[in-house]
Write a protein that binds this ligand. Structure first.
Ligand code: TEU
Ligand code: CA
Length: 533
């Protein structure tokens, strides 16, 4: 039944995974050609970032047709072949469901411009105030305001993300019916479920102005409201016909909100992506950076482990910088990469790995704004320029936080284009592909890749790693330690998040260490991770 409690789920960002025809853009045939890699890792499901038809203002998170494949990525036949080929390897496909907004190229939106059409109320349309005032004072996720004037309809439409991502209006019941049909369309094709994009902000209770905030003014009018819960319950009824799985991407959720969204008795989502552990190195939003303090991170992880019986566990995705330079160490690249994999695969919950994480890929090595593609980075750069923030400071902020950090092409081998493409890659390949690539790591028993495979196998063998309880033992300035227990079976995990050796008074038979040693003597080497029995 609950296969997702046993599986490791692997996220593919199709544009950057594998190009098959030399146009520099990753595609579905490319993914099919790499399924063996995923099988070797032992993944139970793939979460596919959007492959639908899209003008790509936000790389597919702006959908113009939910029932068509973006021609850059292939055809519907390719997609069906992917589902079948994956199934042959015991791998399920989870689609990205982006239903908070559509592209303004979607025909619903185009027809919505006509007030007399049946699509007139599919989106949030509103009049501006006198003197060109916007309909309200809300601000969007990508650093700009969130209203755009449409000259044809002579009204503004709401867009919490980019200008060409118009928010759907769920006060109109027809919209939800459309979404149900889309779910059925894909479930009939054999997909196992959905990762639901920004799913906790669907319902806007009113379009009134809010008290001004430093960022995201208006949040109180749409964050995890009852209207959203009602929508999720209705979608669940459809999903249940197929026994389908859902994970919600839920911005700004607290543990209480998360329980209300994915508690087993709620019949809404199966689990959520929470953000708090990814926000330990920032003040409220990512543009206000602060130093990463491991203890804050550990305490946050512990809190979430305790407050939810089951949830998604992740350290990377396509919106976040890479985990090694962020939570680990550049100097101890290999050790900290392995340590972070122990964290990702031994906490309680369903682990989600992001492409490239399994070989320790790092942030981009771009030096100029021009090399970036991310719509968010570009918008924020424009805003910073408007506020006369000097160029050096702008770059320092953007280069550390840009989502493109995680979007550079997968490094399959050490050749100039990393085996990703024979053409010109849509986003630059990191020059470190000479040192960090799968081909080299495949031949190396001590590589991050070999370690991931081994750990994934350990997780399959040991029920305690999947189903066991979680008990924190220590969350200090350097060391994070916890116990997983299931009946008689007990494993202790101890992780040293620092460049210095650290005391860790735990005993037991050594099951794994990312250092060569036969037994554990109570001292962790820099970035050492041990699993004891
Ligand atoms: O992300 C939602 C979201 O909140 C992020 O955009 C986040 O605010 C931002 O990355 C932090 O810097 C989802 C998708 O994962 C993202 O790729 C899309 O751009 C966004 O929704 C809009 O669909
Ligand atoms: Ca291609």
């Amino acid at each position: 039944m609950e296969w997702w409690k046993d599986a490791i789920i692997y996220q593919i960002y199709p544009r950057s995974f594998q190009d098959s025809n030399g146009d520099g853009i990753g595609d579905i045939p490319g993914i099919i050609s790499r399924l063996d890699h995923l099988q070797e890792l032992g993944v139970g499901a793939i979460w596919l970032s959007p492959v639908y038809k899209s003008p790509n203002a936000d790389n597919g998170y702006d959908i113009s047709d939910y029932r068509e494949i973006n021609p850059e990525y292939g055809t519907m036949e390719d997609m069906e072949r992917l589902i079948a080929e994956a199934a042959r390897r015991g791998i399920r496909i989870i689609m990205d469901l982006v239903i908070n907004h559509t592209s303004t190229d979607h025909y619903w939106f185009r027809r919505s411009r006509d007030r007399t059409s049946e699509y007139a109320d599919y989106y949030y349309w509103a009049h501006g105030g006198p003197d060109g005032a916007l309909p309200n004072n809300w601000t969007g996720f990508f650093g700009e305001d969130c209203w755009e004037f449409d000259p044809e309809r002579c009204e503004y439409y709401l867009h919490l993300f980019a200008k060409s991502q118009a928010d759907l209006n769920y006060h109109n019941p027809a919209v939800l019916e459309e979404v149900k049909d889309i779910l059925r369309f894909w479930l009939d094709k054999g997909v196992a479920g959905f990762r639901c994009d920004v799913i906790n902000i669907l319902w806007k209770d009113s379009l009134d102005s809010s008290k001004k905030r430093l960022a995201l003014t208006g949040l109180d009018h749409y964050l995890s409201l009852e209207g959203t819960h009602e929508i999720l319950r209705q979608l669940r009824a459809v999903l249940d016909e197929y026994n389908a799985f859902t994970v919600g991407e839920t911005v700004f959720v607290t543990p209480q909100m998360a329980r209300d969204l994915c508690g087993p008795d709620r019949r809404e989502l199966d689990m959520v992506f929470s953000f708090q552990h990814m926000e330990c190195d920032q003040y409220f939003i990512k543009w206000f950076k602060r130093k990463f303090r491991p203890k804050v991170f550990f305490d946050c992880l512990i809190q979430w482990q305790k407050e939810l019986d089951w949830n998604a566990v992740y350290l990377e995705n396509h919106d976040q910088p890479r985990s090694i330079p962020r939570f680990g160490s550049r100097k101890y690249w290999k050790e900290s990469g392995k340590l972070l994999s122990v964290l990702a695969l031994t906490l309680r919950g369903t682990p989600f790995l992001y492409q490239g994480q399994e070989i320790g890929m790092m942030d981009f090595d771009f030096t100029r704004m021009r090399q970036l593609n991310d719509v968010e980075s570009k918008n924020v750069e424009r805003v910073l320029r408007r506020f006369h923030v000097p160029r050096r400071l702008r770059w320092s902020l953007i280069s550390r936080t840009s989502r493109d950090n995680a979007r550079t092409p997968f490094q399959w081998d050490g050749s100039a284009k990393a085996g990703f493409t024979t053409g010109r890659p849509w986003l630059g390949v990191n020059h470190n592909c000479r040192e960090i690539n799968l081909a080299d790591q495949e031949g190396d028993a001590d590589s991050i890749w070999s370690w991931y495979k081994d750990l994934a196998a350990l997780r399959r063998e040991r029920d305690v790693l999947r189903r066991g309880d979680f008990t924190p033992l220590e969350a200090g300035r350097q060391v994070f330690a916890y116990r997983r227990a299931l009946g008689e079976e007990q494993l202790t995990v101890a992780l040293n998040f620092s460049n210095r050796p650290a005391r860790a008074d735990y005993r037991g038979k050594l099951v794994r260490s990312n250092y060569p040693r036969r037994s554990f003597d109570g001292t962790l080497q820099p970035w050492e991770a041990v699993i004891l029995e």
